[in-house]
Design a protein. Structure first.
Lengths: 546, 100, 223
């Protein structure tokens, strides 16, 4: 039973956007939807800052002898990594789409702790400003991985300032995760059992578990690093009895699960998009839900695969290698299930679905190359080469960023009350796909042929592929800029969106107005049907009930 | 709120036990038991912590979800300790390569 | 819906609008505090991990440092914290029973005991300063075999007890807030959630010390 709302809400209707005006109503809001937009704006800004560093890197790599001084290049790749990982990828989908949609999808009026939600955004901004201050002061050159003893003893860049920025933004992440966990446990609407939750919510629940369990460890690691930099007691310095590998253990204990923080929300978005544009319930709902939890749990057991050549014991490495193979299984299950969902579904090719197709293909390539890297015998040859870089950009950019764009397009009508221009959107999606592959596929070949990462210069035989990669990057940049323009345009001038432009199932489409009022619903939803009940509706139509 | 009120006697008994265990752990540390010093100290610490969690933090009356989260937190810290330590303990097991 | 919300709001003034009823609100607060404590377990866990690795690597160096740990102060501090946990749980119990004066009395006792702990900690830190055992340029160690390893232990000692002390200071601030709230009649047997939640936090900080004490002060046989 779905209480479909009347078509075409007019602008006189009060919603979360027009209920109040002025900067105070935004900066002191506790409405999860407004906080989501605050995040969307700031995260997009950081994306382009991180992108700017990438532009600098790719320009440098056009020629074998490079453009910048070595130290400058070190700073470029470090800042690119830090900003992209900590200030874009980790918060992205959870803080924007998650914040906006999780309460609505479970039938709640807000998150469990709205003020903590706002605090979370402020912590993100403070951490970001501190990190940008470090950039402006001259940056950091340790790599985003801050390996000791270079970071603790020998680097003369702004390590501590950057570490503080990352530390503060880590608390933003922890509080978001805490909020989601409590909300999903205690604030589901009547009838919304765990088994009826949209997979978007399951994905964010699993992500939140990782945020809560993993982030504190990198927090303390950065504290220890900062203290070591000041006191030089030797905790990570081999010259005075310390072990640099210990730093790597503590760093990667968080940073590996962190990549699952990045990808699980992307997978969560893809589940929603594929169900809607195949007009079918996700195949194997239970398996996909449990796989999200499995990825979160297993993801904590594999970090040693970053330490294969660092001096970690052979036996520990073997265990980590085996576990890394295991963690690929739930991801594969999801890919199979999405594919099975499309089989004999009624597939249409709107922009979100195009991004979903891109996700499935590119994530699969990225994931499979992850298995190559998990194989120790291969890893010793391709570690610290462009093969690794291509691998993680396939999953993060080809996977996560495409899912993010797909999700933004899918829920843009719900969030803004307007439709984006479909023609331009499809065009941009195509540009992104072409640009992405041209940028990163050559890097697999470069890495396999032995080009090391984090090098400002390279042997001349690698130039052709590097030029291709830079050309691809320029196309990719265009592909990212086009949506910025038409989405900003559509926010004010796009045609008004109907209540449910995609005819999708889900509380956010069926029972919450477009755009939603401050407390999300006009009437407390009561849930009586499973998630993605597309076939249920079709059956009712066939039997003449509707 | 629907928590049952616990009698002061129970809290006082736990308090007494915690103090007694503290005295015990200091006393045991003065004896030379070799490896068992550490095991004894940790065992006593775990017992003390369990008393605080169960009685002072009232986990014995808490929902299964709370108990699950408490267990998960402890389990995750154990993962960190065990897996990291396993690297250090297994170094040098490979014949011929003392550092791996 | 709006009507029933207004009715509920009148009967339960401490109910925030996004919750359906106070049972849901209490469940959320409790789960939220426990999730936060889990993050704290992992936060301290990182340091316990580093400690475990180095103790395993340098057992003799670590044992030699136990001479310089003030077991008396450490043991007294352990007792002080246990007392403070006792007074804290009695404060929560008083809140359950709506006994305003008892709440304030027990909270004040807890705060005093916390301050005693911090004062004794200061005495200890001062001792370490005098002995040149603070890691950094002024560090000196009596046994030349173990200079570097001992400095690592003392680094971990200060990091772990220092982080613990910071949590105690925050706790002291929270207790002060609770005392003020109790004095202003904010708590009743119907609603005393902050007392309960901060109680959980305080007990957690006590538990951290329960492990720090044997690991840092009681290492090896005191020869």
């Amino acid at each position: 039973m779905s209480t479909a709302l009347p078509f075409a809400q007019t602008e006189t209707r009060s919603n979360y956007l027009n209920v109040d005006y002025g900067w105070k109503s935004w900066l002191f809001t506790t409405d999860h939807k407004r906080i989501a937009l605050l995040y969307l704006f700031s995260i997009t800004a950081f994306f382009f800052v991180g992108g700017a560093f990438a532009v600098g890197m790719r320009l440098n790599l056009l020629t074998p002898e490079g453009l910048f001084a070595h130290d400058t290049y070190n700073k470029l790749f470090t800042m690119h990594g830090i900003i992209m990982v900590f200030f874009f990828l980790v918060p992205s989908i959870p803080a924007t789409l998650g914040n906006f949609l999780v309460p609505i999808m479970i039938g709640a009026r807000d998150l469990a702790f709205p003020r903590i939600n706002l605090l979370s955004w402020y912590l993100y901004i403070i951490g970001g400003v501190i990190a940008l201050t470090a950039v402006v002061q001259g940056g950091v050159d340790t790599g985003w991985t801050f390996y000791a003893p270079f970071s603790s003893t020998y680097s003369n860049t702004h390590v501590i300032l950057t570490a503080i920025g990352v530390f503060v933004s880590g608390f933003s992440s922890i509080l978001t995760g805490l909020n989601f966990i409590v909300t999903i446990h205690t604030m589901r609407a009547p009838g919304m059992t765990w088994g009826r939750l949209p997979l978007f919510v399951w994905g964010h629940y699993a992500t939140s578990l990782i945020q809560v369990l993993g982030t504190p460890v990198i927090a303390i690691t950065l504290v220890l690093l900062g203290l070591e930099r000041i006191l030089h007691a030797g905790i990570f310095d081999p010259a005075v009895g310390g072990d640099p590998v210990l730093f790597q253990h503590l760093f990667w204990f968080y940073s590996h699960p962190a990549v699952y923080i990045m990808i699980l929300p992307g997978m969560a978005v893809i589940s929603e998009i594929i169900a809607c544009f195949s007009r079918k319930s996700i195949f194997g709902y239970t398996f996909v839900a449990i796989s999200s939890i499995a990825i979160a749990v297993l993801g904590f057991l594999v970090w040693g695969h970053h330490l294969f050549v660092a001096g970690q014991s052979m036996y520990a490495s073997m265990v980590f290698s085996f576990l890394s193979f295991l963690v690929a299984i739930p991801s594969a299950i999801k890919v199979f299930n999405w594919t099975a969902t499309m089989y004999k579904g009624s597939v249409s090719y709107e922009t979100p679905m195009l991004y979903a197709f891109g996700f499935i293909g590119l994530f699969t390539i990225g994931g499979l190359t992850g298995l190559f890297l998990a194989t120790m015998a291969i890893d010793v040859h391709v570690t610290d080469t462009y093969f690794v870089i291509a691998h993680f950009h396939y999953v993060m950019v080809g996977g996560m960023v495409m899912a993010y764009l797909g999700g933004i397009h899918f829920w843009f009508p719900k969030i803004s009350g307007r439709m984006y221009p479909e023609g331009w959107a499809k065009f941009a999606a195509l540009i992104v796909f072409v640009g992405f592959n041209l940028t990163f596929f050559p890097q697999f070949i470069l890495g396999y042929q032995g080009m090391p990462r984090r090098y400002a210069h390279y042997p001349p035989e690698f130039q052709v592929l590097n030029v291709m990669s830079t050309a691809g990057a320029s196309i990719l940049a265009v592909g990212y800029l086009i949506p910025m323009i038409y989405l900003a345009w559509a926010w004010r001038n796009g045609p008004k969106a109907p209540q449910n432009p995609w005819n999708a199932k889900g509380l956010e489409w069926e029972q919450s107005p477009t755009p939603p009022p401050t407390f999300n619903f006009d009437h407390q939803p009561v849930v009586t049907e499973p998630a993605y009940n597309y076939s249920g509706e079709e059956q009712e139509v066939e039997l003449g009930r509707q | 709120m629907s928590h049952q009120v616990v009698p002061v006697k129970v809290y006082a008994a736990v308090f007494g036990a915690l103090l007694a265990l503290t005295i015990t752990t200091v006393a045991v540390s003065k004896l030379d038991l070799g490896e068992y010093n550490f095991i004894a100290a940790m065992t006593i610490a775990v017992i003390k912590a369990t008393l605080v969690v169960m009685f002072f933090m009232d986990v014995r009356h808490a929902t299964s979800m709370t108990k699950l989260f408490v267990g998960a937190g402890l389990f995750w810290m154990t993962i960190l300790l065990v897996f990291v330590l396993s690297d250090y303990l297994s170094r040098g097991w490979l014949p011929g390569l003392r550092w791996l | 819906m709006a009507d029933s919300e207004a009715t509920v709001a009148v009967h339960e003034p401490d109910l925030r609008h996004h919750f359906d009823d106070s049972a849901q609100q209490l469940d959320s607060s409790t789960l939220g505090m426990w999730v936060f404590l889990v993050t704290e377990v992992m936060f301290f866990g990182g340091m316990f991990g580093a400690y475990t690795v180095y103790r395993n690597m340098y057992p003799d160096a670590f044992a030699s440092t136990s001479h310089f740990m003030n077991v008396t102060i450490g043991a007294i501090n352990t007792g002080v914290l246990i007392c403070s946990s006792f007074t804290m749980v009695l404060a929560v119990r008083s809140a359950q029973l709506g006994q305003k004066k008892a709440i304030i009395a027990f909270l004040v006792l807890t705060l005093i005991l916390g301050c005693v702990f911090l004062s004794l900690k200061y005495v200890e830190y001062h001792e370490k300063w005098v002995d040149h055992h603070i890691p950094g340029p002024s560090f000196q160690y009596q046994d030349p075999r173990y200079v570097h390893q001992a400095q690592i232990l003392f680094f971990l000692y200060f990091a772990m007890t220092g982080m613990h002390a910071i949590h105690m200071i925050v706790g002291a601030g929270l207790l002060t807030t609770l005392i003020v709230m109790a004095a202003r009649n904010r708590f009743s047997s119907a609603w005393y959630t902050p007392v309960e939640m901060i109680g959980l936090y305080w007990h957690f900080v006590d538990i951290v010390w329960i492990f720090l004490f044997p690991l840092l002060y009681l290492i090896g046989h005191t020869k």
